[in-house]
Design a protein around this ligand. Structure first.
Ligand SMILES: NC(=O)c1ccc[n+]([C@@H]2O[C@H](COP(=O)([O-])OP(=O)(O)OC[C@H]3O[C@@H](n4cnc5c(N)ncnc54)[C@H](OP(=O)(O)O)[C@@H]3O)[C@@H](O)[C@H]2O)c1
Length: 339
């Protein structure tokens, strides 16, 4: 079988398609024919060597993939041949709160990921894909959708229909967050550098949109749009360039979900900006397999179909990475492994 490999830090040019050796399935293991893989900002960080973990040897990149069970090893009971499955971002985080042990390994980070024709995963790291999601759609779920789900519905301060969610930018996490929030009856405010992307966000049902380039004080605009109440949940993907504005834009008792750093990491948050307003900063680190199952079931039930900006064939993985790197995308970029 063929797989892509990359030595973290070798950059996108270092992404190479290789023949990968097959091996026997061990106890509890499942062989999966991968159909689709989605890219995340994190895959660019792995390629450029800026991701949290370091490894000495090339890895198969990408955390997010969906496919079909080809064969099961001894003792497997959770899935069977023919099942459609997606792999959990953290193979050892099945449920509950995270722990150092549960997040020890991450697909496409410190261990082999999903950008391969076939992968072998433990049955406990798999979530069945509900009928309403295609392989391409399910491939967007393990990182981006789980992160947005965790931020809005698991780690926030009891969000309820009618509450406001603020989504920064129009990348994978934020657009999935918009779709999930909309389906749950939440008010949504989306920021972007592009008026065209904001128009697309409105077509998806965003209640309000703000161009953060033309309105640098976008946090004030959020307060204005919410009659000075602020957003109950903020999906903070910007990092040092946005975090203080996100705190300002949050409602009293609201949650700023610390997710990413597309503008870099660093800076300071003044404790006083949280104190009298009882605002909460909560770190989000993707989520568990149970969250993956929950968000896929929610998408299936509510008819959420993740926005797929572009699908590249397997032979054009480098092109897919470069497109993602360009920032032109709206929603998710996917690689069709069967194409
Ligand atoms: N903690 C976690 O578990 C977790 C999980 C997933 C992702 N992340 C992190 O979350 C971030 C987003 O990931 P992603 O995969 O969604 O990335 P993505 O698809 O590449 O989207 C990034 C988007 O960020 C927006 N952006 C760039 N600069 C911005 C700024 N100064 N202010 C507001 N928005 C800005 C852009 O939107 P416009 O083009 O509309 O301006 C861009 O499309 C990354 O830092 C990633 O590492 C963390």
């Amino acid at each position: 079988m063929r797989a892509y490999q990359i030595l973290p830090g070798a950059n996108i040019d270092g992404l190479q398609c290789v023949d990968y050796p097959d091996r026997e399935l061990g106890a509890g293991e499942v062989r999966i024919r991968v159909h689709a893989v989605s890219l995340n900002y994190r895959d660019l960080m792995v390629a450029s060597g800026n991701y949290l973990v370091t490894v000495d040897d090339p890895i198969i990149p990408c955390s997010d993939g969906a496919g079909e069970v080809l064969a099961t090893g001894p003792g497997v009971t959770r899935v069977r041949q023919g099942d459609r499955v997606a792999g959990a971002f953290f193979p050892l985080w099945h449920d509950g709160a995270p722990s150092p042990e549960k997040i020890r390994h991450a697909l496409g980070g410190d261990i082999d990921g999903m950008l391969a024709e076939e992968v072998i995963l433990h049955e406990d790291a798999l979530a069945k894909i509900p009928p309403g999601l295609s392989f391409v759609e399910a491939a967007t779920m393990p990182c981006a959708a789980v992160t947005a789900w965790n931020a809005i519905f698991v780690s926030s301060n009891r969000v309820k229909p009618g509450d406001t969610v603020l989504l920064l930018g129009t990348g994978g996490v934020s657009i999935l967050g918009l779709q999930l929030a909309k389906a749950a009856g939440l008010r949504t405010i989306v920021t972007s550098s592009s008026d065209d992307k904001l128009a697309r966000a409105r077509e998806l049902g965003a209640h309000h949109t703000i161009n953060y380039r033309s309105i640098p004080e976008w946090h004030d605009e959020v307060l204005h749009l919410t009659h000075n109440q602020g957003a109950h949940v903020v999906l903070e993907v910007g990092g040092q360039g946005t975090v203080n504005r996100s705190v300002s834009a949050a409602a009293m008792g609201g949650t700023v979900a610390i997710i990413g750093g597309v503008s870099g990491f660093g800076g300071e948050v003044n404790p006083a900006s949280l104190l009298a307003t009882a605002k909460r900063l909560v770190g989000i680190y993707v989520g568990s397999r149970t969250m993956l199952e929950d968000v896929m079931r929610f998408a299936d039930t509510t008819g959420v179909h993740p926005v797929i900006d572009r699908v590249f064939p397997f032979s054009q993985a480098q092109e897919a990475y470069r497109y993602m790197e360009s920032g032109a995308h709206f929603g998710k970029v996917v690689i069709d492994v069967t194409g």
